[in-house]
Design a protein around this ligand. Sequence first.
Ligand SMILES: *[C@@H]1O[C@H](CO)[C@@H](O)[C@H](O)[C@H]1NC(C)=O
Length: 433
Amino acid sequence: MFLVILFGFSVMRVYGDEAAGVADLVLSCVLVEDGAAHGGTGGGGGGGGFSRTPATLVLKDVSVGPDQSLEMLTPFIPASEPDPELVLIEATVSKPDIPNSDVLLHADCNGQEVTCEMSRYSPNDALKNPDQAFFMVSLHIEGVDFSTSLILQTVKVEQPAQRHIQLGLPLSQSGTVQTEVIMVVHSDVRSVTAPLKGDVLVPCGFKQQDSPLAPDVHIEWRVQHRGKGRKVFEMKTPLEDAEGKAEILAERSDSSVSAEGVVSEGNASLSMSRLKVADEGTYICTVTIGQFHAQQVIQLNVIQLPEVSLSDYRLALKSDTTLSCHSSKFYPLDAQIEWYSRGPEDTERVVFSGKASLSGHRRHGDGTFSLSSHLTVPHTIAPGTEITCVVSHPALDTPHSETATVKSPEPDSYWWVLGFLIITVLFFLQVMK
Ligand SMILES: *[C@@H]1O[C@H](CO)[C@@H](O)[C@H](O)[C@H]1NC(C)=O
């Protein structure tokens, strides 16, 4: 019970060992289990669905950058009375380590919530040893570009004290299930945004333990959009002696993963060029080594800036006139068009208090959109007034504006009208004589 209170209090506590440059990281997790298969003591879950049990994950020996202050860190204290009902999983993370683990250390101080979800992981081969188990852990931090999936493997416990009631696994003296990280699949972003017709790199990487889990690695990239999925790219390559032996299948033209990057540094990032609107979606990078596989999910957004123009930049107001603002060939659709005016005497522009109507959007063959707004400008507006169309769009850091100016009335026509009036008056005076 003491542990629950201790861990429930904060997302994590970190214990630092400055000399070694490593720290222990305690994370509040949930263990998600198929309720039907493990319908034991786990709280929360119902019927045949999934049960969610609170769990604690202690990441041991997480490497800490030299510039990290460890003063604030408190040690992880195992309970003096091990509780075989608590799910307390200890995982050594030295080889492989977790890339960018610094952000995990920082998350607590910055008040960012760490999401940690664990589940039992069953590789294809049936497990022969009942004391051995695998876990899949996925870690995310709210609002931070960090995402990691870990595969944990239990390590042999010397003189197990007792067994875990729910998991059925041997527990260490301090009541923990002891594991080590054997494989990591990670991405340093949650989403990427790239321009239409441009290039993009969708990041994904992997690491595995020192003695390779299998001789080959298989990388698969898929994309899902509006419920439909398709394969983008696939590669299988030996991890040793790989030169020229990669089998590659690029379903999307102009897509690639560097075989050299995969083999030398576990870099499975997907490069794509000539982006189309149709490339947008949720990308899933699956790394398979032998019987183990883990994934990362990255959102790709395609954007295209609008081209903004006005139907007229110098308005001669003989009568009420329609001024149109065209916002062309942009993506995605969420563009906004607003009108402002600034009189010749005014210092600030104000929202134009007139009638504007939005055309229906047009969709082009390349998936981009066009939209126009038509403003009725009354002829009573003072010459010198500036009328500005402001277009906001997610692709624009600051809204784009285009300005038209109301011209003074043409002096020629003024004189012509005046002359005409004088002649008419003179003519009538003559007639009346
Ligand atoms: C991964 O490889 C791509 C090229 O395929 C490169 O642009 C990128 O910088 C690499 N990422 C890392 C983290 O090395």
